[in-house]
Design a protein around this ligand. Structure first.
Ligand code: FCB
Length: 431
């Protein structure tokens, strides 16, 4: 690896989601899913990192690793514990957290929905019911009115595709259904939730003359899909998967227009509906047809993989960002990128390799503006529970002791130097 440079206005930070770190909340869909025994290692979201009570300590750690931005989640079930009843205590908590971040010179990017929602919302049909749009609008309006003076950058929805596929196709996440037409409806409804709330966030911040340029986007989970062989079925399935899993949902949330297989027309008119394109990038899949129109997603033979078996393919980040910029022409935020590496053997190299790809993009004039490493610290990784460790910081869940890993020190140096220097390459043996 050779040294590389990132622009001075490029911000590096970390990402988390409220449910994955806060602990303590019992009023949401994931609490119930844990109670029902669906977590592989038997751990529970009610523990997580106890971040709700350790906000100062964790912001202190962000400063220690030189983070200049932070993608954080708001927990809907804390803010609106009963339908239409909002909690002033939760507002005070998050305002304090955001103020502490700003005092530490860390720019917040706030996610409104990251897979967890209140129990009353589950009971009312969640995103299956068409009423979800009005309910989500009310919640978003409340959040912008409560935090809009402090927060100019917002992610409305995290990974509509992963939410729909895990909960409604594979049935491994709540609500545990296996119903493809319903999964498509969920993606459409989430897209509508975004299209309806994008203008609300802009309007409230503008009318109240809140400081900072309002920027709103969606954090999309994007993968590289490639056919396993040159056979027509592998190629057709690859095309279908790309379209159904990611391209249609990016298009509707960015430009406002529905396309196959989500539908037709522009339900809320023609965009723009995003000020940046949020990309969560992790891996590549080789698509192989199996019996009866089904397929498998395989790893490229011989390719490096992480603890969860996900292929590590840094160039995929370059390819996706380039493709997305050609299609949409708006700034890109890498809203998540990271790896599961309990022993911290390859995480530093992973970060250097992916940021090198970012530096290539920027050199070519593609406006990548932010990089949020997933994640600040090991946390509650959905059905993988506490066993999957993605953190720059190790967490001992029993004692809640946090320890910065070697990869955290590498991240810290890259963020401080706005690039990778020869000294860091030598000191940390980056290849
Ligand atoms: C993404 C999720 C995030 C985390 C990482 C590993 O798909 O958005 O919450 O689980 O994967």
């Amino acid at each position: 690896m050779k040294p590389f440079k990132l622009p001075e206005d490029f911000l590096l930070g970390t990402a988390t989601a409220a449910l994955q770190i806060e602990g303590g909340d019992t009023n949401n869909n994931w609490y119930e899913w844990c109670e029902a025994g669906h977590i592989k290692d038997g751990s529970h979201s009610k523990r997580a990192n106890d971040h709700y009570n350790r906000v100062e300590e964790d912001i202190g750690l962000m400063s220690q690793i030189n983070a200049s931005c932070y993608r954080m989640g708001l927990e809907w079930s804390r803010l609106e514990p009963k339908e239409g009843c909002f909690s002033s205590e939760a507002v005070a908590h998050y305002r304090r957290e955001i103020l502490l971040l700003k005092q530490a010179g860390i720019e917040p990017l706030v996610t409104l929905f990251h897979f967890s929602y209140p129990t009353w919302f589950s009971k009312s049909g969640a995103f299956e019911a068409d009423t979800c749009v009005e309910r989500f609008k009310r919640y978003v309006l409340f959040c912008v009115e409560s935090f809009g003076d402090l927060v100019s950058e917002w992610v409305t929805i995290n990974e509509p595709n992963v939410f729909a596929v895990s909960g409604y196709v594979q049935g491994v996440w709540p609500p545990g259904k296996k119903d493809i037409p319903l999964a498509l409806k969920i993606m459409r409804n989430l897209a509508l939730c975004h299209l309806e709330t994008y203008p609300i966030i802009h309007k409230v911040r503008k009318e109240r003359t809140y400081p900072g340029e309002t920027r709103v986007g969606v954090a999309h989970h994007l993968r590289i899909f490639e056919p396993h062989s040159n056979s027509p079925t592998d190629r057709l399935l690859t095309w279908f998967l790309k379209r159904a899993f990611q391209e249609a949902v990016v298009k509707v949330t960015t430009k406002g227009s529905l396309s196959f297989p989500l539908g037709m027309g522009s339900p809320k008119g023609v965009g723009p509906f995003c000020d940046f394109l949020g990309i969560n990038y992790y891996s590549r899949d080789k698509v192989k047809a199996t019996a009866k129109g089904m397929f498998k997603q395989l790893v490229q033979p011989g390719a490096p993989t992480n603890d969860l078996g996900w292929e590590i393919y840094p160039e995929g980040l370059y390819r996706l960002c380039k493709d997305m910029y050609q299609k949409y022409g708006i700034p890109i935020y890498i809203t998540e990128n990271g790896t599961c590496d309990a022993e911290d053997k390859f995480r530093a190299q992973y970060i250097a390799d992916h940021l090198y790809q970012v530096s290539r993009l920027i050199e070519e004039g593609i406006p990548v503006k932010r990089y949020y490493y997933w994640s600040l610290m090991d946390n509650f990784e959905w059905i993988e529970g506490e066993s999957a460790r993605f953190g720059l910081i190790h967490c001992d869940y029993e004692t809640q002791k946090r320890t910065i890993r070697k990869s955290g020190r590498v991240f810290s140096a890259i963020s401080r130097d706005k690039g990778l220097t020869q000294d860091v390459i030598d000191e940390f043996e980056i290849k």
